[in-house]
Design a protein around this ligand. Structure first.
Ligand code: GLU
Length: 479
C-alpha cells in the first residue's frame, strides 16, 4: 500500500515554524517512502479563519519546495480538500454515530456548562460534560433536537483505557475517565476539528498522521471515533514541541516563529528547510548541512526525539550563510534580486549583477544584508563614513591621492587591472606603502574603509567614474 500523509493546517494566519516542520516531515516521509503528500485545509472553525491564509500557506510550501501531490489548488482523487466544502460527509457520519448511540445531542447552554465546570473543578473532576443530556431517552432527545439549539457530543465509555502506540512516543495508555464527551458537531451545524479530521483522514486514506505534540491528548478521542465508525486507524507520529530560548513553547506571536518573516529577512528557503528539519531530528552522523535531496535520503521518522527542540536563530543564520556559499552565481543572483528593489542593481542584467554579488558573498548570512553591502557599487556617490573621513583627511591621503589621479588621467580607457597597476607604480615611485597607499584610495572611491575587493569595484564603476570620485575627494580636501 502506498503511504499517504497530509498537512492539515487551519487557515488562521501566517504559517508558523512548527507548521513548516510538520509539513516538512510529512513531505520527507512521503518522498522517502514513495508515497503521496496531501494538503488539506481545516477551516471549520469559522471565527478563526483569516482571509488570504490559504494562499499564503500554498505560496510558502511552493517557495520552500514542498509541493503537495493533492490539494485545494491541485485537485486529486479525494477532492475537495477544503473542509468547509465537505460538510455532507461530516453530517453523514455524525448521523451514523447518533444512530448507533455513540453520539448524543446536548442541549446545555453556555451558562449551564460554566456553572457545571466550576462545580466539577471544585470537586476535582475532569472538565467536560456531566452527562446530563446523555441520560435523555431517544424519543425526548429527538423531539428537542427539532426545536432547540444543541451540539452533538461523543459518548465516551465510562471506564476502560485507550492504548495508543505512537511511532515517536511508543505505548501510551489513556484512562477513559480522563476524557470528556467531546463536541463533534457545533450548534451552527459545523463539525469540530475532531470529527472532520478523523472523517477526512479515513476518506482520504491517510496511512500516517504526522503532527505536533499538542494533538497527542486528542488521540484517545480520535481512536474512539475510528472504533465507533468501524474504521482502521492510521499510524500516528507526534512531533516534539519547538521551544524558544527560554525553553517556553515558541509562540505564533514571536517574530522568530513566523516563516514569512524569516523569508522576508532573506534567509534562504533551502536553509530554513534544512534548519527546521533539525528541530527534533538529527542525522545518525550528526551532520548539520543538508541539501533537500540529502534530507530525503537521511531522514528517518523513527529517529525523531521526544524532547522539545530549541529554536536557535543564530544557528539558522549560520546555516543560511552556508547555503549562500553553496549557490551558483546564477542562483545567487536569482535569490538576491527581490532584495534589491528600488536600487539601481534591480535593473542590471544578471551577468552585470554577478560580479558585485560574488564580491560580497563571503560572510553574507541573510539576503537583506545585500543593499548595505552593495552600496559601494552604486553609481550614486557614497557619503564617506567617519573612518573613511579620517583617512581622507590624513597626511597619507594628501601624499598618495594626487599622484594616483595624475597617473589615471593618462589612461582614461583603462580596465580595473591597469588602474590598479598604476596605483602600485605610484607606490613604488613614491615609497608610500600598504595601508597608507590603499586606504585613502578605498575611502575616496567607496566612502568606506572595508568592503569588497577594490578590483571588482573599479571594474563595476569604470575608469571615468572612479576618476571623477577621486577628483571630487581631492578637491573636497582642498576646500
Ligand atoms: N488543523 C489542525 C492544525 O491546525 C491539524 C492537526 C492535525 O494534523 O491533525 O494543526
Amino acid at each position: 500500500m502506498t503511504t499517504r500523509v497530509r498537512f492539515a493546517p487551519s487557515p488562521t494566519g501566517d504559517l508558523h515554524v512548527g507548521g513548516l516542520r510538520t509539513a516538512l516531515y510529512n513531505v520527507l516521509f512521503a518522498r522517502k517512502t514513495g508515497g503521496r503528500f496531501i494538503l488539506r485545509i481545516e477551516d471549520t472553525d469559522r471565527e478563526r479563519n483569516v482571509p488570504g491564509a490559504v494562499e499564503t500557506i500554498v505560496r510558502i510550501l511552493e517557495i520552500c519546495g514542498l509541493d503537495p501531490d493533492e490539494g485545494p489548488h491541485l485537485g486529486g482523487d479525494y477532492a475537495p480538500y477544503i473542509q468547509s466544502e465537505r460538510l455532507e460527509h461530516y453530517r453523514r457520519f455524525a448521523q451514523q454515530l447518533l444512530e448507533s448511540g455513540h453520539a448524543y445531542p446536548c442541549f446545555c447552554t453556555e451558562e449551564q456548562l460554566k456553572i457545571m465546570r466550576e462545580e466539577q473543578r471544585s470537586r476535582g473532576f475532569v472538565q467536560g460534560s456531566d452527562h446530563l443530556c446523555r441520560g435523555l431517552n431517544d424519543e425526548q432527545a429527538r423531539e428537542r433536537m427539532l426545536s432547540e439549539r444543541h451540539v452533538l457530543r461523543l459518548s465516551v465509555p465510562l471506564d476502560g483505557d485507550i492504548v495508543h502506540n505512537d511511532l515517536i512516543w511508543g505505548d501510551l495508555t489513556f484512562p477513559l475517565t480522563d476524557i470528556d464527551d467531546q463536541v463533534l458537531v457545533k450548534s451552527d451545524g459545523f463539525p469540530t476539528y475532531h470529527l472532520a479530521n478523523v472523517v477526512d483522514d479515513h476518506l482520504m486514506r491517510i496511512s500516517h498522521v504526522i503532527r505536533g505534540e499538542e494533538w497527542l491528548p486528542s488521540v484517545p478521542k480520535h481512536l474512539l471515533l475510528y472504533r465507533f465508525l468501524g474504521w482502521e486507524p492510521p499510524q500516528f507520529a507526534h512531533l516534539p514541541l519547538i521551544l524558544n530560548e527560554k525553553r517556553q513553547k515558541l509562540s505564533k506571536r514571536e517574530g522568530t516563529g513566523s516563516v514569512m518573516a524569516w523569508l522576508e529577512r532573506g534567509i534562504l528557503p533551502q536553509a530554513l528547510v534544512n534548519y527546521v528539519t533539525l528541530l527534533g531530528w538529527h542525522a545518525s552522523d550528526d551532520r548539520d548541512f543538508f541539501a533537500f535531496a540529502d534530507l530525503v535520503e537521511a531522514f528517518d521518522l523513527t529517529r525523531v526525539g521526544k524532547a522539545g527542540a530549541v529554536f536557535d536563530p543564530v544557528k539558522l543564520e549560520w546555516l543560511s550563510g552556508e547555503h549562500i556559499k553553496s549557490l551558483t552565481p546564477e542562483e545567487l543572483a536569482f535569490h538576491a534580486r527581490p532584495f534589491l528593489k528600488g536600487m539601481e542593481f534591480e535593473a542590471l542584467l544578471p551577468e552585470r549583477l554577478q560580479a558585485p554579488l560574488e564580491a560580497v558573498r563571503q560572510g553574507l548570512h541573510r539576503l537583506d544584508e545585500l543593499p548595505a553591502k552593495l552600496l559601494v557599487f552604486a553609481h550614486e556617490r557614497p557619503v564617506p563614513d567617519e573612518e573613511a573621513r579620517a583617512w581622507l583627511a590624513s597626511e597619507a591621503a594628501a601624499k598618495a591621492l594626487p599622484p594616483v589621479l595624475e597617473a589615471w588621467r593618462k589612461m582614461p580607457q583603462a580596465d580595473a587591472e591597469a588602474l590598479l597597476g598604476a596605483v602600485r607604480d605610484v607606490g613604488k615611485a613614491t615609497g608610500i606603502k600598504g595601508k597608507d597607499l590603499w586606504m585613502p584610495l578605498r575611502a575616496a572611491l567607496t566612502g568606506r574603509v572595508g568592503g569588497p575587493e577594490l578590483k571588482v569595484v573599479l571594474a563595476h564603476l569604470g575608469a571615468e567614474e572612479v576618476m571623477n570620485r577621486l577628483v571630487t575627494q581631492i578637491q573636497g580636501q582642498g576646500e
